[in-house]
Write a protein that binds this ligand. Structure first.
Ligand SMILES: *[C@@H]1O[C@H](CO)[C@@H](O)[C@H](O)[C@H]1NC(C)=O
Ligand SMILES: *[C@@H]1O[C@H](CO)[C@@H](O)[C@H](O)[C@H]1NC(C)=O
Ligand SMILES: *[C@@H]1O[C@H](CO)[C@@H](O)[C@H](O)[C@H]1NC(C)=O
Length: 425
């Protein structure tokens, strides 16, 4: 490297630090499975096998904490079983809330920083990269972790519930996120914050905005940018509940993780919404019955998960009935033109076998009707600024690393940062 190069990088450095000090602070809110999660076993832990009692996926620290999500070894079947058991949630009807598997404690590392969102396994950065390319792009336009850039990881197995129902974990996350927003704004001269979510993170953000008064939103929120948000759920989620989802890895036997996936409260939140998918249109077809988004309770019962019916009806359905416009400016950036499960056909052997899938338009995971839901529902709302940016051929997660998508996202962030727009509420 010659002197010329050194001068250029010096010039760049001064440019970025200058821009950095002036830029609107930004908080990243990941999607389901998009951050690391740690666990430890306590005396009350009674695994189904002795093997699972002794096996740990990753190195354990002296207090017994180890990385539960994600470690590559869990993809091998004897380990998958232990992993699934530790990840499992339970709905407790007396508490009317979800809790961990008995004897398992969990925690989210490094709240506030982007550290636990970059890679799911810090020892296998290349193959488990999640938000690393996105964070790199943000740093190139001047963002600095811990100063102007923050991360809000959370225990993505938990969701939120309709008013009147407790949801201890999800509510705690909303409170932590609220505190982080205030801190980020206060430490940046009172500049309101840009929220940038991926997938499920967008559903949490919308709830946070609507659970806080307009005066708070006006003071603290500059703009909400939602990437790949499944506003109305996905047909893919019915697939996961019925037959298990191999985490996208052919090695994983889907039935080994099915019970754990069914137990996740946030997965239940992502069932297709009848208002958007229609109460009549068949999404799952078997020799015995057809199920539309309006038949989810019967569907849960028939796939052999009757425990899900009550929490779905009482906690989830009323939560998803309305997607309330928060008044703060919103941009949705979504992939399109990728084959996405739209109808599932099961044969004589029932739900333990993988279905035949008919595909439609979407981002590979989320159906178009769900990605574009806000446009459909908020089109006549005078106080709601909404911009939708579709990007063809980009999938649900490649939006976080595809060059064209990252350019589009950075252009939108810079536009927002420099604009004089503010909340209409
Ligand atoms: C962000 O906006 C401010 C004005 O609010 C401007 O001074 C700054 O240069 C912008 N940053 C970038 C990286 O464009
Ligand atoms: C259909 O019903 C039969 C008889 O009750 C049952 O054995 C089979 O598993 C069912 N199939 C599905 C896909 O529900
Ligand atoms: C829109 O904003 C105005 C004031 O700016 C307010 O009076 C009105 O109630 C708002 N409408 C809706 C639908 O939120």
């Amino acid at each position: 490297m010659g002197i010329g190069m050194a001068l250029i990088s010096l010039a760049l450095m001064s440019y970025t630090s200058q821009a950095g000090s002036n830029i609107h602070p930004l908080i990243l809110i990941p999607g389901s499975g998009g951050n690391q999660l740690e666990a430890r076993q306590t005396a009350g832990y009674k695994p189904s096998t002795l093997f699972c009692n002794r096996w740990y996926p990753a190195r354990k620290n002296k207090d017994g904490w180890f990385r539960l999500w994600f470690d590559l070894s869990v993809l091998l079947s004897p380990f998958t079983r232990c992993f699934a058991e530790r990840m499992m949630l339970h709905y407790d009807p007396d508490l009317d809330d979800y809790r961990n598997f008995p004897g398992i404690e969990t925690r989210v590392p490094k709240f506030g920083s982007t550290q636990s969102l970059l890679y799911l396994d810090p020892y296998l950065k290349h193959i488990t990269a999640y938000m690393a390319p996105l964070v790199e792009s943000l740093e190139q336009i001047g963002y600095v972790d811990g100063q102007t850039l923050f991360g809000a990881p959370y225990d993505f197995r938990y969701g939120l519930a309709a008013e009147g129902h407790p949801s201890k974990e999800g509510s705690k996350f909303l409170q932590d996120l609220k505190d982080l927003i205030e801190k980020a704004s206060n430490s940046n001269g009172g500049k309101p914050v840009i929220l940038l979510s991926h997938s499920l993170g967008g559903l949490f953000v919308l709830q946070l905005l609507n659970r806080n008064p307009p005066s708070w939103r006006r003071k603290y929120i500059k703009h909400f940018v939602a990437l790949s948000a499944p506003w109305g759920g996905t047909v893919q989620e019915m697939f996961t509940f019925a037959s298990g989802n191999s985490l996208g890895v052919p090695l994983v036997e889907p039935l080994l993780v099915r019970e754990e996936q069914r137990s996740s409260e946030s997965n239940l939140w992502l069932m297709p919404n009848p208002r958007l998918f229609g109460g009549q249109k068949p999404l799952v077809i078997t020799p015995n019955a057809t199920y539309s988004a309006g038949d989810i309770p019967q569907f849960l019962y028939d796939i052999g998960f009757p425990q899900g019916v009550h929490p779905y009806k009482s906690r989830i359905l009323p939560l998803t009935e309305k997607l309330v416009a928060p008044g703060v400016p919103v941009t949705c950036i979504t992939g399109t033109g990728v084959r996405t499960p739209e109808t599932l056909f099961y044969g004589e052997n029932g739900f333990d076998e993988q279905p035949e899938v008919v595909y439609g338009d979407g981002d590979g995971t989320v159906n178009m009707v769900s990605l574009l839901a806000l446009e459909t529902l908020w089109s006549n709302k005078k106080n709601q600024t909404l911009k939708v940016i579709p990007i063809r051929g980009v999938s649900h997660t490649s939006i976080l690393r595809n060059d064209a998508a990252l350019d589009e996202i950075m252009a939108e962030i810079l536009l927002i940062n420099s604009s004089a727009e503010h909340s209409a509420v």
